[in-house]
Design a protein around this ligand. Structure first.
Ligand SMILES: NC(=O)c1ccc[n+]([C@@H]2O[C@H](COP(=O)([O-])OP(=O)(O)OC[C@H]3O[C@@H](n4cnc5c(N)ncnc54)[C@H](O)[C@@H]3O)[C@@H](O)[C@H]2O)c1
Length: 255
């Protein structure tokens, strides 16, 4: 199979300043894409912009006006968008029983993780229509399909994003936009934070062994699949999700 190139293509990655988003941004930049990073963390965005020679656009994806302005700016500067990757996401507050759950916290997680991708797709659509092969990729989670206790907001948001993926795929087919999802499992992002937030990672043998492939994931695992799913080589794939979790969700546990 020939190398995938994104030469001449404009790729927007939300939450692209750190973590999995930054890993994907680096991979798309290496594939010659014009990479745009949308993030609400300005310190991280400026660092990432320098590291990749990408363009950083400050934006909170939960805020309609900020998303609308961002797409307007992209239209003025690039005239179109080829790939939108809805990656920005938050998991906090992670713990807390149903009794303790604050609805404001629940609403914020839903606003970023579910309403954010919807807003980005809505305001990007006019720009995506101008692309020859437009694609949207939503980053969901294996938590859309299985749960630890007390993770209501995050789990519900990612389940919603899985459903939004097929709703968008079917609805935007008339605009030739393919829409897919990647559902990551445990991906270690400590090395991919802004300098002031970087942390070393120590995985126990148990951490590794609970994955059939024998290790925890890294952002590059997601980036490789993103390069394929957003490319013309995946032209017959839409409305699907790819679980990338080292096999964790198919491992049966009896004790
Ligand atoms: N790391 C994992 O194990 C894992 C597993 C499954 C799914 N995911 C998903 O992958 C995505 C990336 O996660 P990560 O681990 O790289 O996280 P991360 O915290 O390392 O990076 C997320 C980035 O998104 C930005 N962001 C957060 N809220 C935002 C907002 N409202 N608007 C714009 N930017 C915002 C942050 O500033 C940060 O730069 C998320 O959607 C997450 O739910 C991660």
């Amino acid at each position: 199979m020939s190398e995938i190139t994104y030469k001449g293509k404009v790729v927007l990655i939300t939450g692209g300043a750190q973590g999995i988003g930054l890993g994907m941004a680096e991979a798309f930049a290496k594939a010659d894409a014009t990479v745009l990073l949308a993030d609400q963390d300005e310190e991280a965005g400026k660092e990432a912009q320098q590291r990749l020679q990408a363009t950083f656009i400050p934006c909170d994806v939960a805020k309609e006006e900020e998303v609308r302005q961002m797409m307007k700016q992209i239209g003025e500067e690039h005239g179109r968008l080829d790939v939108l990757i809805n990656n920005a996401g938050i998991s906090e507050p992670f713990h807390g029983t149903l009794d303790e759950l604050q609805l404001t916290d629940f609403d914020r997680v839903l606003a970023v993780n579910l309403r954010g991708p919807l807003l980005c797709a809505k305001y990007a659509l006019a720009l995506l229509r101008k692309s020859d092969h437009p694609a949207i990729l939503n980053i969901t989670s294996t938590r859309a399909f299985m749960s630890e206790p007390h993770t209501f907001a995050y789990t519900a948001s990612k389940g919603g994003l899985e459903a939004l993926t097929h709703a968008l795929a079917v609805s935007l087919a008339e605009d030739r936009v393919r829409v897919n999802a990647i559902a990551p499992g445990w991906i270690e992002v400590g090395d991919w934070q802004k300098q002031s937030g970087r942390y070393a990672t120590q995985h126990t043998q148990e951490d590794k062994e609970q994955h059939p492939v024998g290790r925890v994931g890294i952002p590059e695992d997601i980036a490789e699949a993103a390069l394929f799913l957003c490319s013309d080589k995946a032209g017959f794939i839409t409305g699907q999700h790819l679980i990338i979790d080292g096999g964790m969700t198919v491992k049966m546990i009896y004790n």
